[in-house]
Write a protein that binds this ligand. Sequence first.
Ligand SMILES: [Zn+2]
Ligand SMILES: [Zn+2]
Length: 420
Amino acid sequence: MVQVSFHGAMASIGCSSVLVDTGGEKILMDYGTKVQEIPPLFPIPVQGKVDAIIISHAHLDHVGAIPIFSTKKNNCPIFSQGVTKPLSRLLWLDSIKISREEGVELPFSRNDVEATLDSFVPVNFRSPFKVHNTKATLFDAGHIPGSALTYLDAGGKKILYTGDYKTTDTKLVKGADLKLPEVDVMVTESTYSDREHPDRKLQEKELVRTVRDTLSRDGVALISGFAVGRIDELLLVLDSNGIDYPLYVDGMAKKAITIINQHKNLLKDPKSLDKALEKAQYVADHKMRKKIIKQPGVILSTGGMLQGGPIVWYIQKLFDKKNCSLTMSGFQVEGTPGKTLLETGRYINKDIDLEVHMDVKKLNFSSHASRDDLFEFIKHVNPEKIFCVHGEHTEDFARELNEQGFDATAPLANNRIFNL
Ligand SMILES: [Zn+2]
Ligand SMILES: [Zn+2]
């Protein structure tokens, strides 16, 4: 009997983790944290040893807790697309650093991270590999470079775990690979199950307009985004719209973009980042930061929800400048400084509390499937059984799917183990 159990991301986003136990082998897909909490939340522990871990992509809500297995001497192979290893390393080392600054110790060290990295086995999309008797294949998920849909042929059950996915192209990557084999059981993300995305082209126009308006006022256009897969997308948007003002990239995005650009085959246009980076400069040090805020220009910086990273310093310097702008490039989770700023006009982050006079707005450059895309993709896969995870409205989503004739369930913490 094949069993599937959920260790996080139930009716929420964060701590993504699904365990498939075939009776012969235990395969864990993702083991993420929830970083909006301090200290970060960890998924439900896995009992006993796992035989393999498969990582969907390098975002902390999917990989954040994986080094835990090294602390337990459970050094099993970790399969992922090649770029996921250096990106995960970057995220793990950064999360250790940030936790120290917050005065909390993560339950793993740099040594555990290094031991975890030794266990990685890079796999290409569409190239099957074996975990004992289970055959596994990764397909491009179209979410960020290297993001994968994981397909398992386990004990006669054909399981598709989507991780995060997007079925339409962005500037950075192509949409998900839709040529999939037959699926019995699908575990789908549900991030945008309750809402559509605004028109992407209009979001791009709005970003470009905001930047041009700010520069015409001799201001600094500050743009916040996630380090992996977002700042690079924004660079491409600005480049394709002919923004040729001084353009700076700051924070962890610098390292993430460098890594991603070493895997050009994963980009929609392999030369696109090189071209965009010709016009951009990486912010090298604090001296450079102080200099670039004194002249009109565009600064792209992490963190995405204004919680940490160099963006915090920039806001403290520019908050009262009416000629400057601050554009958030994606969803702001409840309780984050970004969300609070949108609701109250104040930037509140730990001991900082400022009334912001910059032109503040939030745009949507999401790398997730929209509501329509989710339904369309599920119809396309047409599984016998669906589990809805990674969303704040998974129960409503499952109900809607059931009304459309599917057999869908939203696992919850008290009901999270299923026989297939
Ligand atoms: Zn993601
Ligand atoms: Zn995610």
